[in-house]
Design a protein around this ligand. Structure first.
Ligand SMILES: NC(=O)c1ccc[n+]([C@@H]2O[C@H](COP(=O)([O-])OP(=O)(O)OC[C@H]3O[C@@H](n4cnc5c(N)ncnc54)[C@H](OP(=O)(O)O)[C@@H]3O)[C@@H](O)[C@H]2O)c1
Length: 261
């Protein structure tokens, strides 16, 4: 997939992987880059650093805001031809904690999975009229082996993986290419919720610039499923011994929790 001269929308472009995509895609010669996020001050900060970027405050968990984003962006950037569904949240959730409300318990599904599906559904007609277009969905290595501390996140990412496989199949004879990037554990603010659990060398983190450069290399080579760093091993483990690896991680977490007490 050619990236130079493309017009690219990145959801969640104010931090971590999304912001790194913004930086590296600018260097690849993208014509226009549009980023979204919920937090206005964070959007302003990115705008100061990258004056050419177009920023929109938009929550992928909100249907009305997706509709407004679609109308605004397709009017201002009719050549929009790539969307990167990157916006995501990840929480440390104890399923026995009954104080968590019914609204809150599915937050990762609403943002990471429903947000991705709704963005694709809304923007697909526009992408289909472009000469060449792409959808890039950011899943996770945890789509293949669930992480014991993040059950709803893992379920959402497994959902993104399954959805993306079928999306690719159904768009096979169209001009829209479908990519999945499944990052391994990567150094970004998303990891802050887990900073009190030191799993040492059993959980090495990938540098965000390296992760995104592998993702971009894969997209340029038309690699449909991009599995940087440990994600390839996670997919393999998920196929041959999913319970074994999940239990191993659970034991490591319990040990780390005891050590930090
Ligand atoms: N870091 C990792 O280890 C890792 C591993 C595998 C997969 N991933 C995936 O990579 C993607 C990016 O994560 P990251 O590590 O870069 O996290 P991050 O640094 O926390 O960035 C997340 C971005 O998403 C935005 N966002 C969150 N909820 C949103 C919503 N409802 N609507 C619009 N924007 C929203 C955030 O901005 P606001 O808060 O202002 O909205 C921020 O710009 C996520 O899908 C994540 O699941 C990350």
């Amino acid at each position: 997939m050619k990236l130079a001269n493309s017009t690219i929308l990145i959801t969640g472009g104010t931090s971590g992987i999304g912001m790194e995509f913004l930086q590296q895609l600018s260097k690849q010669g993208a014509a226009h880059i549009i980023i979204t996020g919920r937090d206005n001050p964070k959007l302003e900060k990115v705008k100061q650093q990258f004056p050419d970027v177009y920023t929109v405050q938009s929550n992928v968990g909100n249907i009305r805001e997706i509709e407004e984003l679609y109308l605004d962006v397709t009017k201002k950037f009719p050549a929009l031809n790539i969307i990167i569904n990157n916006a995501g949240i990840m929480r440390n959730l104890n399923l026995q904690d009954t104080s968590i409300g019914l609204e809150s318990i599915t937050q990762e599904i609403d943002t990471n999975l429903s947000g991705t599906i709704r963005m694709v559904h809304r923007f697909l007609p526009h992408l289909k009229i472009q000469a060449s277009a792409a959808i890039v969905n950011i899943s996770s290595g945890l789509a293949f082996v669930p992480f014991p501390l993040s059950p709803v996140y893992s379920a959402a990412k497994a959902g993104v993986h399954a959805y993306t496989q079928v999306l690719r199949l159904q768009l096979k004879n169209t001009n829209v290419k479908v990519f999945e990037v499944a990052p391994p554990s990567t150094e970004t603010p998303l990891q802050n919720a887990f900073s009190n659990i030191d799993m040492g060398s059993s959980s090495p983190m990938m540098k965000v610039d390296k992760m995104v450069s592998e993702a971009i290399r894969g997209i340029l080579k038309d690699k449909a499923e991009i599995l940087p760093g440990m994600s390839k091993a996670l997919r393999f483990m998920g196929r041959i011994a999913p319970a074994f690896f999940m239990n191993f991680m659970h034991k490591m977490i319990e040990k780390a929790k005891k050590k930090s007490k």
